[in-house]
Design a binder for this molecule. Structure first.
Ligand code: B12
Length: 421
């Protein structure tokens, strides 16, 4: 995945660093971020890009139209095979593009994406009720409930109730991103709930999560989760002020954290942009639909010239890499030390280890919109049905980035641990 070369920090510097925080982002900054994200979009695109474009105000450029067309074509051909959250993102992206997700037409075919999503959401809820975990992830179920709620299709309320039950369950440890995404779904469902008992449950869940988010922000000088959680966390807090009232949100402090960071991945920008323009996903169905959709000059798919330095460094670093499986089958625990050029991403370490000891350190990746995801090491593959994955840690801390982005330092200890989510 192409990296976005010009970052929020750089853009702010270009603009003199005088951005007003929270209330009214400078339009130039938003436009530049939008253009950077759009320039980095590769085909096939992710619906999160289309959604971000629409919320940030680009609904008629050539790139917008191309992405929209692609998303429609993909939907009519592959929706049945997609994970529920991906269908939900398609629905949100299409609604925000003024396309009716109940009648998506492309390539001479048509599909009712809402029905597909309802069926998939029902399966997620059934899985939560029977086994305590969703078929995919609670992040996806949050997107499902939000999308169904926004198009007012049945099924969102049971999903929202199940979600509320999960976020209020003291035995569950749910990551910040997921809890924040759940907030938007629950806020939407709350707005349409008739039963007092359902309203009370949703209120309690949103109130708990948002107060936790605010507590964390206060404790950590503005940071909620990690820097990549900020997009969804800010969106959550923008949509839920009445649930944490009379408490006030120091949004300037949280926005300052975002502004200070150099986001390098288009997906990260796609999650942050809606928050920066105060148009969270919850507003996907409220964008203004233009009467004509004439395209403006093409902003192009061509990759931007990368400012990122790919220069070979003279200096090398040594990284200690361990792979550990104590979960299933034949357990293993293998270490290796490799040298890679300073400034290399972790992927280079994995490649060097594989080159040195191919029988032990072989691995496979799959390209995703966040970059390469490690799906198998030493012949042991992650499996969504068993909810297993390869987690990467530095010492005891889980990495906040994937192997295509994270740059280890000299003598760092990296652990790949086969575990469950
Ligand atoms: C659910 C989730 C996971 C699940 C995915 C399981 C599944 N089958 O769905 C699991 C637990 C496997 C996972 C793993 C990791 N994740 Co994760 N994940 C998420 C989360 C909460 C939601 C993603 C989602 O469902 N999106 C909705 C669906 C519909 O969209 P999608 O495009 O189909 O989603 C796919 C990708 O997101 C992909 N994916 C998920 N996480 C990651 C991470 C990386 C690095 C890559 C390349 C792909 C990837 O898996 C999803 C399903 O196929 C996001 C939060 C967020 N803000 O987006 C973090 C998030 C994407 N993950 C993140 C990270 C850091 C990781 C790990 C590197 C953590 C670690 N220390 O090991 C590992 C990946 C390691 C590896 N093997 O390469 C970061 C990425 C930041 C970045 N700049 O790269 C995020 C943003 C969370 C955060 N705030 O830190 N993740």
């Amino acid at each position: 995945m192409l990296r976005v070369a010009v970052t929020v920090g750089v853009l702010l510097a270009l603009l003199g660093g005088t951005a007003t925080l929270c209330c009214g982002e400078p339009q130039d900054l938003i436009s530049m971020l939008l253009r950077e994200m759009e320039a980095a979009i590769e085909m096939p695109p992710h619906p999160a890009f289309l959604l971000a474009m629409n919320l940030a105000g680009d609904n008629k450029s050539d790139i917008h139209n191309k992405v929209l067309q692609y998303i429609k074509e993909e939907a009519v051909e592959k929706a049945q095979d997609m994970a529920s959250g991906r269908v939900a993102l398609d629905v949100l992206a299409l609604v925000s593009s003024c396309v009716d997700p109940r009648h998506v037409e492309a390539k001479g075919k048509s599909i009712d994406l809402v029905s597909v999503l309802q069926k998939k959401t029902d399966e997620e809820v059934a899985s939560i009720l029977t086994s305590g975990v969703p078929k995919t992830t609670l992040f996806s179920v949050s997107l499902d409930a939000l999308a169904l709620c926004l198009v007012q299709a049945g099924g969102y309320e049971s999903a929202a109730v199940a979600l509320a039950g999960q976020v209020l369950d003291p035995k569950k440890t749910i990551d910040v991103d997921t809890r924040a995404m759940a907030v938007q779904a629950l806020v939407c469902a709350y707005g349409h709930a008739d039963l007092q008992s359902v309203q009370d449950l949703l209120w309690k869940a949103v109130s708990n999560v948002t107060n936790d988010l605010l507590d964390e922000q206060e404790r950590r000088g503005g940071l909620i989760g990690n820097i990549y959680s900020m997009g969804v966390a800010l969106q959550a807090l923008e949509t839920s002020s009445k649930f944490y009232a009379p408490r006030q949100w120091n949004c300037a402090q949280a926005f300052a954290v975002v502004h200070r960071h150099d986001y390098q991945q288009p997906m990260a920008i796609a999650q942050v942009l809606p928050a920066l323009v105060d148009k969270p996903y919850l507003q996907a169905a409220s964008v203004e639909c233009p009467a004509n959709t004439t395209a403006s000059p093409d902003q192009g798919f061509s990759p931007p010239p990368s400012l990122e330095t790919t220069k070979e460094h003279e200096a090398t670093i040594e990284v200690h890499y361990r792979i550990l499986n104590t979960l299933i089958g034949n357990h293993f625990n293998n270490c290796i030390s490799v040298e890679v050029p300073a400034g290399s991403v972790l992927l280079k370490v994995l490649e060097a280890a594989e080159k040195k000891e191919p029988d032990t350190f072989s691995f496979k990746t799959e390209e995703t919109f966040w970059g390469p995801m490690v799906v198998s090491i030493h012949g042991l593959a992650a499996n969504p049905r068993d909810r297993t994955y390869w987690e990467f840690l530095s010492g005891k801390d889980a990495l906040k980035e994937g192997v295509g982005t994270y740059k280890p330092h000299n003598m760092e200890h990296i652990l790949a641990n086969f575990t469950t989510y």
